[in-house]
Ligand binder design. Structure first.
Ligand SMILES: [Mg+2]
Length: 363
């Protein structure tokens, strides 16, 4: 763990540039993606962000918050960043967080900051003709990274494993707020029977349960060797997380809806989860994800980013994670090109400078 922390600090040193980045233009828009879920993930959904440096280099990021996120970028983040100069993306990130600190510690503002931060990292890497992975590591990139697939039943689980996935996560939101534990147990048993002992199984409750339900189900299914129960309760119920993480026979995962390093420092200090699951497009971008890896290393917490096989998280997972595992991507997010298709061997890093992505023509 200590080695990892040192490596991250060193990485930030070697990525220092001699010349400052001056930000000339910041543009954000919401792409149309056929097949996007008709809920907040669409109405407050993924936005594309372009940053143009005074050298003409353009960086592309993906953030969140829909039109509200775009407003944040066009108003306060533009006011903060435009025509200012930074020698590292982390400095621009610190400026954005400080500028929005009275109203922007969680939710839509960090979602918007994420898109800008990722666009700045993309431009910063392109200025040096390096991939983001090469900014974060001086080692050879791994050829493939192990993946897990989010599935809805035991049939999908065995198909995912036949397709080369290392692990599966059963999404059990459809069983509701008060599921019948016997039904969950029979789903988990059927999945373990099909997968055998060599593959990991996890559960995602999507924040729908309470403490009693979680403990009852955890005790019921512990015999099936489950890696984690994800978001058993809502993200605001931090005392419940701490209680569950101390008392559940299965590790508790969370953080998919947590923001900025302060949010993850709080989770760590409370021992609220055993697995962090930050979403790089929401939580504060790559700068925040690097901070999260440092916090995790200090507290012995595992990091498994939400949708980790998409191109923005994958370089950090490859460079910084001692036990890399990348979650399957969204099939409906068609706004960017350059999403390397996973193979039977796992997720593949993009080649090329920056994050290796570009805007899809249809947007
Ligand atoms: Mg989840």
């Amino acid at each position: 763990m200590r080695l990892i922390r040192l490596r991250i600090y060193r990485v930030l040193d070697i990525t220092k540039k001699d010349t400052l980045m001056r930000i000339k233009r910041l543009t954000a828009w919401q792409p149309v993606c056929e097949g996007a879920p008709q809920d907040w993930r669409n109405t407050l959904g993924q936005i594309l962000v372009e940053v143009e440096l005074s050298t003409g280099t353009i960086g592309l990021g993906v953030g969140g918050g829909g039109n509200a996120g775009i407003h944040v970028i066009e108003s306060v983040l533009s006011e903060c960043l435009l025509h200012n100069a930074y020698d590292h993306p982390t400095e621009a990130h610190a400026a954005m967080v400080a500028h929005t600190s009275f109203y922007g510690r969680k939710g839509i503002v960090p979602m918007a900051i994420s898109g800008v931060d990722l666009a700045i990292w993309d431009a910063f890497a392109k200025e040096q003709n390096l991939s983001v992975f090469a900014l974060l590591s001086d080692e050879e990139p791994p050829e493939f990274l192990p993946m897990y697939q989010t599935v809805f039943d035991d049939h999908e689980a065995s198909a995912a494993v036949e397709d080369g996935k290392q692990a599966v996560k059963l999404h059990v939101e459809r069983y509701g707020d008060k599921p019948d534990p016997a039904e969950i147990k029979s789903l988990v048993r059927a999945t373990r029977d099909k997968l055998g002992t060599g593959k990991s199984i996890m559960l995602d409750a999507f924040g729908r349960w309470n403490v009693e339900t979680t403990l009852e189900i955890a005790r019921d299914i512990a015999e099936f060797d489950i890696d984690w129960i994800e978001e058993p309760v809502g993200p605001e119920a931090l005392e419940d997380y701490t209680f569950l993480n101390a008392n559940s026979p299965i590790p508790i995962a969370g953080g998919e809806h947590e923001y900025l390093k302060e949010g993850f420092e709080d989770l760590a200090a409370r021992r609220a989860v055993s697995v962090f699951q930050p979403d790089i497009n929401w939580c504060g971008g790559l700068t925040t994800l690097i901070d999260i890896y440092k916090i995790a290393a200090e507290h012995g917490i595992r990091v498994v980013p939400h949708r980790g096989s998409e191109p923005y998280s994958l370089p950090a997972i490859a460079a910084l994670d001692p036990a890399p595992l990348a979650e399957s991507a969204r099939s409906w997010f068609t706004a960017i090109r350059g999403i390397a298709k996973p193979t039977r061997d796992g997720a593949k890093l993009n080649d090329g400078p920056g994050f290796g992505v570009s805007v899809a023509r249809s947007t």
